[in-house]
Design a protein around this ligand. Structure first.
Ligand SMILES: Nc1ncnc2c1ncn2[C@@H]1O[C@H](COP(=O)(O)OP(=O)(O)OP(=O)(O)O)[C@@H](O)[C@H]1O
Ligand SMILES: [Mg+2]
Length: 497
């Protein structure tokens, strides 16, 4: 269905794709895996006409084609769902689908007809999407389906999905994969980029592994396994689950009493009490949207507490500003790195000093100290393996996983006493996950208190010393992450027990 031949693409000094050849058979699901920055998004964006290759050829359905823009790709029957959705929040599903953010030209101006056609398409694949719903009222999982519908509405025969499951809950992933299988039964060809090896094994027929801009292998899924794939991706053996010693907690650093916080649809956190001690990782497991975002935002000073108290190291810090909390060495790794974590247009150096830009050693007597900034950014690049490690690059030009390492590195530079961390490894490759998990354990062992929120049950159970389950803004129980099964935790999360 798609053959990429000897594609090379450079951005300045960075060779994003180096003589890449990939063959995707018609009617199959083809996974693309590889480390952050390996060139996965770039090669697929070339197939979609979002970027033009410096050299190489593209064959589609056996014919040599010229794809200069997404417009050309769509005309051929190629659709793509990007790593970050491109939907307009205050418009309806149908409006988004017929407008198509990338091409800027409407494909159909008859909204009533579009509503009918989209509903029919949605029913055919059992997507359950209402064409008249506003995007801003949809869950992330539903928005994902809108992106799929957008491509299908344009008669895509080949669908390229860039990390479609990164933002989905485990249940949503299962439903999403069922949809992909139905699409495959209809004869569609699907390319899926993912970092999750269990997903590769569950859904794909073939896998291409990329490393350092090259395609280093293509294998049949039935002839490989997680361990072998991990080795091909990283070039060495990878520990797929972190090992740690038992926690040795000391005194209580964070104490939350009867805390309430409002979200955009009313009360989100409803009278929560718990504490985190120095030297332990407390995990919060829950389906997304059950108050965890609002809880962490309130604790990091980004959202107001509406009831109850927050104490840090014995002092009341309820409703202190983000800056005041940072000065107490409370660090925050946010879940949405684009909205909260980075200035995308600014360079790595500027991003490395966010939050500490106004005080020594970065700012001295009203002047920014270039040597201090340079020292800081280079330390982060070095210690957190941010690639490419050039301080003058914009944050935007880094791959998703490398953006995440930059944020984590910056927060670790505060030498946190308390670390608030949400979804630390979302979109991060397996080698970097191993690395980030080890860093979190090291921080714990150095005496920090860590409060971890993650939608990945594997991740919270592997890292947490104590695990709280949140549902509908309340803590519904505490479990031992070592001995409680993932199924039992899942039941508590959904209220099925
Ligand atoms: N628009 C751009 N400008 C400059 N450099 C870029 C641009 N897009 C990608 N790059 C660089 O090209 C390389 C490949 O990036 P790409 O986004 O394809 O990686 P990826 O495999 O998709 O990574 P991830 O798993 O983190 O999403 C990286 O070094 C990245 O920094
Ligand atoms: Mg990518």
């Amino acid at each position: 269905m798609l053959e990429l031949r000897n594609i090379t693409k450079t951005f300045g000094n960075v060779v994003a794709n180096n003589d890449v050849s990939i063959m995707v058979a018609k009617g199959t699901i083809h996974a693309i895996v590889g480390e952050n920055g390996a060139g996965k998004s770039t090669i697929m964006r070339i197939a979609y006409g979002f970027y033009n290759a410096d050299s190489g050829e593209i064959l589609f359905d056996g014919k040599l084609v010229s794809i200069k823009s997404p417009h050309d790709a769509i005309a051929l029957g190629i659709g793509m769902v990007h790593q970050h959705f491109m939907l307009v929040d205050n418009m309806t599903v149908a409006e988004n689908i017929i407008l198509g953010a990338e091409t800027g030209s409407a494909v159909n101006l008859d909204l009533e007809q579009a509503n009918k056609d989209i509903l029919a398409l949605s029913n055919e694949l059992r997507l359950g999407v209402d064409p008249r719903a506003l995007i801003e009222n949809l869950s992330v999982g539903q928005q994902q389906r809108v992106e799929l519908l957008k491509a299908l509405y344009r008669n895509a025969e080949l669908l390229i999905l860039d990390e479609p499951t990164a933002v989905l809950s485990p249940q949503e992933v299962d439903e999403f994969f069922a949809i992909l299988r139905r699409m495959k039964e209809q004869g569609k060809t699907i390319i899926i980029i993912t970092h999750k090896l269990d997903e590769v094994l569950a859904i794909s027929d073939e896998v291409t592994v990329m490393r350092d801009g090259k395609a280093v292998g293509q294998v049949k899924t039935s002839e490989t396994n997680a361990k072998d794939l991990a080795r091909m991706i990283v070039g060495r053996d990878v520990l797929l689950r972190v090992t740690k010693t038992e926690a040795d907690p000391d005194r209580t650093l964070l104490e939350i009493k009867d805390l309430s916080v409002s979200g955009k649809n009313g009360p989100a956190v409803k009278g929560i009490s718990f504490s985190v001690r120095s030297g332990e990782i407390v995990g919060i497991a829950g389906i997304e949207g059950n108050g965890q975002t609002e809880l962490i935002e309130a604790l990091s000073g980004l959202n107001k507490v509406t009831g109850g108290t927050v104490e840090f190291d014995g002092k009341d810090v309820t409703n202190q500003s983000a800056r005041q909390l940072k000065e107490l060495r409370i660090a925050h790794i946010p879940e949405d790195r684009h909205k909260r974590g980075l200035l995308l247009e600014a360079d790595l150096a500027e991003n490395s000093i966010l939050g500490v830009h106004y005080r020594p050693p970065v700012s001295v007597g009203g002047f920014m100290s270039e040597p201090a900034i340079s020292k800081r950014v280079n330390e982060i690049i070095e210690n957190f393996d941010v690639r490419p490690g050039d301080p003058t690059l914009t944050a935007k030009s880094l791959s998703g996983g490398n953006q995440q390492k930059l944020i984590i590195g910056r927060e670790f530079e505060l030498h946190p006493r308390l670390l608030l961390v949400s979804q630390p490894t979302r979109g991060v490759d397996i080698g970097a996950i191993e690395f980030i998990h080890r860093k979190l354990i090291e921080l714990r062992d150095a005496g920090a208190a860590v409060l971890l929120v993650s939608a990945e049950l594997e991740e919270v159970t592997a890292l947490a010393d104590r695990l709280l389950v949140i549902r509908d803004g309340k803590i519904v129980g505490e479990v031992d992450p070592q001995t409680t099964s993932v199924e039992d935790i899942g039941l508590m999360m959904t209220g099925g027990n």
